[in-house]
Design a protein around this ligand. Sequence first.
Ligand SMILES: Cc1cc2nc3c(=O)[nH]c(=O)nc-3n(C[C@H](O)[C@H](O)[C@H](O)COP(=O)(O)OP(=O)(O)OC[C@H]3O[C@@H](n4cnc5c(N)ncnc54)[C@H](O)[C@@H]3O)c2cc1C
Length: 598
Amino acid sequence: MATTPIAQSLNRGGAFLITTSAPEDIFTPADLTDDQRLIAQTAEEFVTKEVLPVVPDLELHKEGLMAGLLKKAGELGLLGGAIPEEYGGSGLDKVSATILAEKLAGYASFAVSHGGHAGIGTIPIVYFGTEEQKKKYLPKMATGEKLSCYCLSEPQAGSDALAARTRAVLSPDGKNWILNGQKMWITNGGFADIYIVFAKVDGEKFSCFIVERGTPGFSAGAEEKKMGIKGSSTVPIFFENSPVPKENLLHEIGRGHIVAFNTLNVGRFSLGAYCLGGAKNVLVAASKYAKERSAFGKPIADFGLIKAKLGEMAIRIYAVESMIYRSAGMVTAAVSEPKSGTDKTQQAMQVLEEYAIESSISKVVGSETVDYCVDEAVQIFGGYGFHEDYPVARAYRDSRINRIFEGTNEINRMLIIQMLMKRAMAGVLPLIPAAMKLAEEVLSGPSFEETPSGALAEEERVLSQAKKIFLLAAGTAVQKYREQLADRQEIVGALANIVMDVYAMESSLRRAQKASALRGDGASVMVDAARVYIYDAMDRIEKEARVALAATADGDTLTTQLAVLRRFSKHNALDTISIRRRVADAVLAQDRYPFEGR
Ligand SMILES: Cc1cc2nc3c(=O)[nH]c(=O)nc-3n(C[C@H](O)[C@H](O)[C@H](O)COP(=O)(O)OP(=O)(O)OC[C@H]3O[C@@H](n4cnc5c(N)ncnc54)[C@H](O)[C@@H]3O)c2cc1C
């Protein structure tokens, strides 16, 4: 099976698994416009000048400080990115929103508070509000005059959000919804003015409401004692016979899940971008420290095992960055396509739904990369990494939450495969014909299809084989378990890992090719990063596929499948140690992530 060139009809979510793309099709950070770079600079300066100097007070929850900073950010236009211009926002395209989120990550608690308001606290009204609701709330949310939050989780209902117990019933005079119940873990809940609250009408129909602070019977509990992101507000919220005006129902009764899941879809994408920014910052700290700290008569940066860490951090950040900006570019392009009969906001929501697989990938890989980086940074700092006076201890604690909120990484891994299967069954994504074609190819023995040639030819071939491995493992699992595949979570997890690595491999490779075409040898370290990622990813993919196949097939069938897997996963040996060192040297030369803006 040769992957087919990308056709417009296949330029859709998840299609990267069965198509091939050209470097010029891929958006990369080198394509950022001057305006987008200016947004990045404004956000970064805001964090440096306004947020970082007051971190000690923020960590102690100094009254009004975080809310005040958000309002200041609003005055600078940093809160209204998701809000269309006609409601006072800046209606940022996805690439601009991504760079904004990334550059606000200098202090994780601020990034989380920003996302709680400008992301998941705002999106529900932008996408689902009536004209009156939009006019009433959005302009004030754009400036920060009113701050918001998103109230979905409950003490007994987190991942299983639809098991919520908070109830809404219409008052006898029909004027108000009466809310009773408790929400849990609400970011910005301690100071917000507007609460996007999910509750079941008559105990059954999951619905969404806009609730204002000051509503009778509404109260916010004490700040939770958290492991990290201590500067952010996280509180429980209580409703006791709280009357919410009838017109504050958001979207339709019984359709609250549509509001909830579409909002989280947007939030997940941004979360990946915040994580990317956090990972870059910790790399800077680790690089500087590795040069300052000496042991055995030389800077620890000179030791191979420290270089391996710095190199690997940069390589993983490069892969995440390549994926996230590629996805942001696809979303931006699709939203800007003229589409008659659909308003721009609805079109944006549909496009984001289309790329929900890529959003989940952004969340999972972003959060696991920043976790990897903070862990290695603590190790580079040694004992000082374990001390609160040094920057990486807080980064280590702050990072951990990202794998838990906005849908845990377990839930997102399952979503990736569920969404792919749903699209395959609906015929939106021709995965089934692709798997059948591969089966024919396997039966007919080794193929003599055209092999790539030129620079990065082996990497190109490895990528194409990785896509076949996904089809082999996924096709076998679907054939065996069919609708019951969802219950085989370990297999689903392995398949999701393959999907994420394939997307990362392709995004890394295309970006390196695009940079090489433009800058020749000037892109050689980026090419190094892409190559190491691809070779290591192929080893991971082979293992995941073996695990999935062994849990699916047995006897002669398994023996045959494993032989095919070995054939597909064969690749040349690469001296990844030397190459990783070169990447580390590029980090150390500048004390920063070496591919910024490239
Ligand atoms: C600091 C912080 C801020 C937060 N901010 C907000 C906010 O602003 N708004 C909001 O609504 N919520 C917020 N949350 C809540 C967060 O979204 C939930 O904690 C999260 O969704 C997980 O839910 P849970 O804690 O109930 O864990 P559970 O759902 O009980 O999960 C526990 C474990 O079981 C796993 N698990 C659960 N179901 C499955 C399954 N079907 N298959 C396999 N594994 C499964 C999970 O992946 C996890 O590892 C926040 C949480 C924290 C800690």
